[in-house]
Design a protein around this ligand. Structure first.
Ligand code: BGC
Length: 738
């Protein structure tokens, strides 16, 4: 039999593969030996995270334990450390114990997306800012937000997020307001908890920060936040309490400032009495970067891990253990918490595998969240949505409005696609440009651009167009506060000039916090887009042209002026301030100045309500292209009272209404006039009605009894108020709770 050439080569190929297969099977070296720890007792997944952590703990040497208590430096933070090459380019990392299968903890900042992606040659999605996404009041969006960040962290080789900021907005000039979730502890805590839950489900260690009362950036390393215990528990700490109970984060990051005399990272009250004993937090506490001030005091107070270096939790800690100043039990407790967190979040069972980020999926999620985060603040004469058939030219005005939308700075900064990592405090705009996004909506009308640098020129252009859209910006960042809430760079004058030239002026705000609007009466419409993230301009265009009906509501009050805030100015550190170099702290240093939060319980709308101060736009406010009515309120008493009511879409477009429930406590409780106790997003077709039933957590109706050191429900009359904004509550029902 003759065999054709192709057949012959097939046969030789088959023989060759058979040979290779048998050689592989016989060669003992081809199959990498499984590390011994694969079969170790702590790899038994039927054991609890606590049991597994304890089994590992027994195997550790003192040096290995100390390694777990501190970071290995951060690029650009002091001289590089010997292990720097083992990091993944993020803000910090903790050594693993490879001989026992315990992975390194590779951390990245990830407030609104994974930071430092350009530095490690990668890409990440910029989501809308945290305060922006909070305007959606959407727990599912918060979950999607977290899941996206979690999966991009993993893809980039990280297994811990440093996101999860939830300091409530006591001071709207705080430069990090955009990283947080607004002024109400129940809304903020619920949203951050859902974010963390879904972020952590991607097998990354979740984090909630900055614990606590880090409510201004000015002098943040040396400010003492003075606040009464009741106010602390019912406001700032309540947001953390709710966030931790929903999200069960692996870690809490203690903040830079002191709280009532003791630095937050060595504060026994906040770290042990509240966090561990009252809330039963089982994860670990890591310091903000350079936020550790001591060894003995911090360890005893409950700090588990110093970042990013080892000034106090490296050799100094080892020495303290060796000299018996820190007990073995105390050391082991810290180590246990860190190991436990790694098991609980699935880090040990799911080692990091770098992969490709789902860019398109990320862009779609970012856009969808932004669409539900844009708050329509004014819409005179139904100027919006824009009617394409009536528009023949549009002026697009604003700095970089022909390039992209601005983002928030500092450690939250997500690197822009395709460019090098920006410098600290550099302004970053995310494409595509608003000009392009608007042009893409209306091909018939020319879109004319002006940067707005010269208000007169911009006004002249606006005069020649049917509609003018001004993209106004306020850049904010970590490490700084705003002097005031005005739009910077003469933009108030720009908007006034454009509006005077064309009454059909629409202002799109790209801000990190509230702004004042001296031109409000002159313009036709205002939409707050926050820091809009990747594809933010497409979301804005969809809202302006009515492809999306806006549904978001403000998660913070917009005051009329700074004079109405609880504190007329942001308190500044004394001139001798040493806060600039947190790389090496003086041991046991004290805060050098203080801010007294004497408004206490009256944060945000509670302040304006109690002080009877009118506001520019109230908490919970936001317009829609349709209208809603509320009816049929009933409240069923019980351990968790049930509040039921009907919402009707009384307009002609489908939409989603955020229904808000507030409670006024009995007078004897001595609380501000009302507090948010529940909310629900209700999607309705035109003309449709739905009944909403919310069961109210009794804690949300309670006060913190300082003398008894516990939450207490005060007996008396409770009024439940329901509606579409903190200042538009058409339904009220009062019940007695005993
Ligand atoms: C910030 C943290 C951040 C850390 C690491 C600190 O300056 O306050 O929020 O996670 O740096 O970058």
């Amino acid at each position: 039999m003759t065999i054709s050439t192709p057949c012959r080569s097939l046969i030789s190929l088959a023989l060759l593969s058979a040979f290779v297969a048998s050689a592989v099977a016989q060669s003992p070296r081809r199959k990498p030996a499984e590390p011994e720890w694969t079969h170790a007792a702590w790899m038994n997944t039927t054991l609890s995270a606590d049991e597994r952590a304890d089994l590992v703990l027994k195997e550790l040497t003192l040096d290995e334990k100390i390694d777990l208590l501190h970071g290995q430096g951060m690029p650009g933070w002091g001289p590089p450390k010997a292990n720097a090459h083992l990091g993944n380019g993020g803000a910090g990392f903790v050594l693993g114990i490879p001989r026992l299968g315990i992975p390194f903890i590779q951390m990245s900042d990830a407030a609104y997306g994974v930071r430092s992606s350009a530095m490690n040659g990668r890409y990440s999605t910029a989501l809308p800012s945290n305060v922006g996404a909070a305007a959606s009041w959407d727990t599912q969006a918060a979950c999607d937000y977290g899941a996206l960040i979690g999966s991009e962290l993993r893809a980039q080789g990280y297994n811990m997020t440093l996101g999860g900021g939830v300091n409530i907005t006591r001071e709207p000039r705080n430069g990090r307001t955009f990283e947080y979730q607004g002024e109400d502890p129940i809304l903020a805590g619920t949203l951050v908890g859902n974010r963390i839950k879904c972020e952590q489900a991607q097998h990354v260690l979740g984090d909630i920060k900055h614990y606590a009362v880090n409510d201004q950036e000015s002098g943040r390393n040396e400010v003492d936040s003075i606040i009464g215990i009741r106010a602390l528990r019912e406001t700032d700490l309540l947001a953390f309490e709710i966030g931790i109970s929903i999200g069960d984060p692996a870690a809490v990051m203690c903040s830079y400032n002191a709280i009532n005399g003791d630095y937050a990272c060595e504060n026994k009250y906040s770290l042990t009495d509240v966090l561990r004993k009252d809330w039963h937090f089982k994860g670990f506490v890591l310091s903000d970067w350079g936020g550790t001030h001591s060894t003995l005091k911090a360890s005893a107070a409950g700090l588990d891990n110093e970042q990013p270096g080892e000034n106090f939790f490296g050799d100094a800690y080892k020495q303290a253990v060796t000299e018996g100043k820190i007990s073995k039990a105390e050391l082991d407790e810290h180590v246990h918490r860190i190991l436990r967190a790694e098991f609980a979040a699935g880090l040990v069972d799911n080692p990091i595998k770098k992969s490709v980020v789902d860019v398109m999926g990320g862009l779609e999620t970012a856009q969808r969240i932004e669409e539900s985060s844009i708050v329509l603040l004014k819409n005179a004469n139904h100027l919006l949505p824009l009617d394409k058939s009536n528009i023949h030219s549009i002026a697009v005005i604003g700095d970089h409005a022909n390039y992209g939308m601005i983002s928030g700075g500092g450690s939250a900064q997500v690197d822009p696609p395709g460019s090098a990592a920006p410098q600290w405090l550099e302004h970053v705009w995310f494409p595509p440009s608003p000009q392009w996004a608007i042009a893409d909506k209306i091909h018939e009308a020319p879109i004319k651009f002006d940067s707005g640098a010269d208000p007169a020129a911009a006004a002249a252009l606006a005069k020649t167009c049917d509609v003018a859209i001004v993209f106004a910006q306020q850049w904010t960042s970590e490490g700084m506060d705003l002097k005031d809430l005005s739009l910077p760079n003469n933009q108030d004058a720009l908007i006034a000039a454009v509006a005077a030239a064309n009454p059909k002026t629409i202002v799109v705000l790209e801000t990190g916090t509230a702004v004042t609007m001296p031109w409000l009466d002159q313009v036709g419409a205002v939409a707050e887009a926050w820091y809009a993230g990747s594809r933010g301009s497409l979301a804005v265009a969809n809202v302006l042209f009515g492809d999306v009906n806006p549904s978001a509501k403000l998660p913070m009050t917009f005051p009329r002026s700074e004079a109405d805030l609880p504190h007329p100015v942001v308190v500044q550190p004394p001139p001798h301030s040493e806060s600039a170099s947190p790389v090496m702290r003086k041991e046991n240093a004290k805060a050098s100045f203080s801010v007294t939060y004497d408004e206490g319980l009256k944060v945000g709308y509670k302040w304006y309500d109690a002080e009877k101060k009118p506001v520019l736009f109230p908490f919970g406010f936001g317009l829609s292209y349709t209208t809603y009515t509320y009816s049929g309120l009933s409240v069923t008493p019980g351990a968790s009272p049930t509040v039921s009511f009907t919402v009707t879409n009384s307009g002609s477009r489908p939409g989603t209404e955020i229904a808000e429930v507030y409670a006024a406590l009995p007078t004897s409780a001595q609380e501000p006039p009302k507090r948010l106790v529940g909310f629900s997003r209700v999607t309705l077709a035109a003309g449709e009605s739905k009944t909403v039933s919310l069961s109210i957590d009794p804690k949300y109706l309670s006060i913190f009894d300082e003398a008894g050191d516990k939450w207490k429900l005060v007996s008396g009359s409770y009024s439940f108020m329901v509606g579409g904004s903190s200042q538009d509550l058409p339904l009220t029902k009062t019940i007695a709770i005993n």
